[in-house]
Design a protein around this ligand. Structure first.
Ligand SMILES: *[C@@H]1O[C@H](CO)[C@@H](O)[C@H](O)[C@H]1NC(C)=O
Ligand SMILES: *[C@@H]1O[C@H](CO)[C@@H](O)[C@H](O)[C@H]1NC(C)=O
Ligand SMILES: *[C@@H]1O[C@H](CO)[C@@H](O)[C@H](O)[C@H]1NC(C)=O
Ligand SMILES: *[C@@H]1O[C@H](CO)[C@@H](O)[C@H](O)[C@H]1NC(C)=O
Ligand SMILES: *[C@@H]1O[C@H](CO)[C@@H](O)[C@H](O)[C@H]1NC(C)=O
Ligand SMILES: *[C@@H]1O[C@H](CO)[C@@H](O)[C@H](O)[C@H]1NC(C)=O
Length: 467
């Protein structure tokens, strides 16, 4: 029996402000608002008072010399249009995922209806059932009942999503229309607004896509490569169209990072380049975020940011107080003292220190400086943890690296509270030395005894439509 998560509170207001922003943008794209009257372009703008509908009425007189369609800014505008189209594609993807999650909820509906039906029969004819059976059914029923309202709320999520998609579509149309009137807008302003919109939309979608972990899918083995221990990943930054795959074999003093062009290339072991890190790594807790590898330097608690494109170290910084050199590893050892990861909300370090008595500490990091922005002490002993990963600001901890492991503990940084969970997953090759969530793929990447394995996750979220 699944325990039902409590409805989320904050998501709706985030979504709403995003929708408001969209409307603002649509308004801003109406000629009157987007123009700087009397800019040096030689445009003449005559704006009058609002019409009865509240719309701005204006007349623009353009100088003939600016009507050239090859204006470089016309290309810029096309780019903006494309960006909006990309965002709208992301909305589609999210919609698909939400529908997939909804299916999970729907699957439990027949169960609910079935129990309800039987209960009705027994209530009408009490003699058809022993009192013990009736009690059992009633118990089951009261456990199931909250699901019903949750299902309804979930449906409203989909409606909200459809609305969002509609807005993006409208925006896209507006942009295409004004493309034909190139020159009539202040491009910098326009670009700023679209960038802002894009950022807000992505953060909104991340929140929409966020929720509690309720299930881990059956695994898919992507490849068998490398030694027993290691780590592999794709870039965890959102938004990003980077599809490269990185692989780092071993946990002790490694320096060789393989970079594959695509997941397909990784699967076939072809089309890769090699990066030789200037400083060796410790453990398997590395993460690729925004085009850089963040990792723990061998026999130290120094974090290193290695930038792939420039092939250079951008930052090195000690994670103050953090245990290292196999002092506080996960249950499997392997110098896994410091585990770096990223979720929808940013970059994180999972580690422990002597003052924390070996209990897992979660710290949010600034990816640009590696400063610790905020820390939480979870109270969960790190040596009893198989692995740990972050999803939507919640830390999930498994109770073993061996067969039979479960996601056993969850710590919510938003409320500084924890709970015990019981989420099973199939440990195919019996020894997991790395397990990290990738928020772009919404998948768990694991290194299991020389196999690279992926799991999908089901995140359960509810957005209140009355919020
Ligand atoms: C839109 O997405 C495509 C494919 O993901 C990418 O090649 C293109 O650069 C993106 N365009 C913009 C303007 O972000
Ligand atoms: C998009 O525009 C159409 C036509 O202007 C309008 O009917 C529709 O309500 C708009 N959709 C949204 C989600 O605003
Ligand atoms: C914290 O996050 C969890 C999991 O995402 C969510 O269920 C819970 O409602 C959130 N609590 C607060 C106070 O926002
Ligand atoms: C991502 O990298 C770009 C340039 O490489 C930088 O401008 C931007 O600030 C970075 N963003 C984050 C969140 O680190
Ligand atoms: C790390 O541990 C190894 C083996 O236990 C030891 O030989 C070495 O001196 C330690 N290094 C540091 C910097 O603590
Ligand atoms: C995850 O879900 C996607 C979309 O349904 C599917 O294409 C992919 O194969 C799944 N991956 C795993 C590991 O189940």
């Amino acid at each position: 029996m699944h325990t039902l998560p409590a409805p989320g509170e904050e998501n709706m207001s985030a979504l709403r402000s995003s929708l408001v922003l969209l409307r603002m943008l649509l308004l801003a794209l109406a000629p009157c608002e987007a123009l700087y009257p009397g800019t040096d372009e030689g445009w003449q703008v005559y704006s009058s008072a609002s019409d009865p509908d509240g719309k701005c009425v204006c007349t623009v007189v353009a100088p003939a010399r600016n009507l050239c369609k090859r204006d470089p800014r016309s290309r810029q505008l096309r780019l903006l249009t494309e960006q909006v189209q990309n965002v709208s594609q992301s909305v589609e993807v999210l919609d698909l995922r939400t529908s997939r999650d909804l299916q999970y909820v729907r699957d439990t509906e027949p169960l609910l209806k079935g129990v309800e039906g039987r209960l009705n029969i027994y209530t009408a004819n009490p003699h058809s059932l022993t009192s013990k059976g009736l009690q059992e059914l009633k118990g089951q029923m009261s456990q199931l009942r909250p699901l019903s309202s949750v299902v309804e709320q979930y449906r409203s999520d989909l409606l909200t999503l459809a609305l969002l998609r509609g807005e993006v579509l409208n925006l896209s149309v507006t942009l295409t229309t004004i493309q034909e009137e190139v020159g009539a807008y202040d491009y910098e302003e326009l670009q700023q607004r679209v960038l802002l919109l894009e950022t807000r939309l992505h953060s909104c979608m991340n929140k929409l896509g966020c929720g509690r972990l309720t299930g881990v899918s059956i695994p898919i083995t992507v490849r068998a490569s490398g030694s027993r221990f290691g780590s592999w990943m794709t870039d965890a930054m959102i938004p990003s169209s980077d599809s490269r795959v990185w692989s780092m074999d071993g946990y002790y003093k490694g320096r060789r990072v393989l970079e594959f062009r695509t997941m397909g290339d990784f699967t076939r072991g072809q089309n890769f380049v090699q990066h030789l890190l200037p400083h060796p790594w410790a453990g398997t807790g590395h993460v690729v975020y925004n085009g850089s590898l963040y990792y723990n330097k061998h026999q130290s608690n120094i974090l290193v940011q290695y930038h792939f494109r420039s092939r250079s170290v951008l930052l090195q910084r000690s994670l103050s107080g953090a245990g290292y050199n196999n002092t506080f590893p996960y249950s499997w050892g392997g110098s896994s003292d410091i585990d770096l990861m990223a979720d929808e909300t940013g970059l994180w370090a999972i580690y422990t220190s002597i003052p924390n008595a070996g209990n897992i500490q979660v710290s949010r990091l600034d990816p640009r400086t590696l400063d610790v922005l905020q820390s939480w002490n979870t109270g969960f002993p790190k040596r009893s943890a198989g692995e740990a990963f972050m999803i939507c600001g919640t830390l999930y901890v498994t109770n073993s690296h061996l067969a039979g492991a479960k996601v056993h503990f969850a710590y919510h940084t938003n409320s500084s509270t924890y709970e015990y969970t019981d989420i099973p997953f199939h440990n195919l090759y019996s020894h997991i030395s790395m397990m990290d969530y990738n928020p772009r793929e919404r998948a768990l990447y694991t290194w299991n005894n020389g196999h690279q394995v992926i799991y999908n996750v089901t995140l359960f979220h509810v957005i209140r439509s009355d919020g």
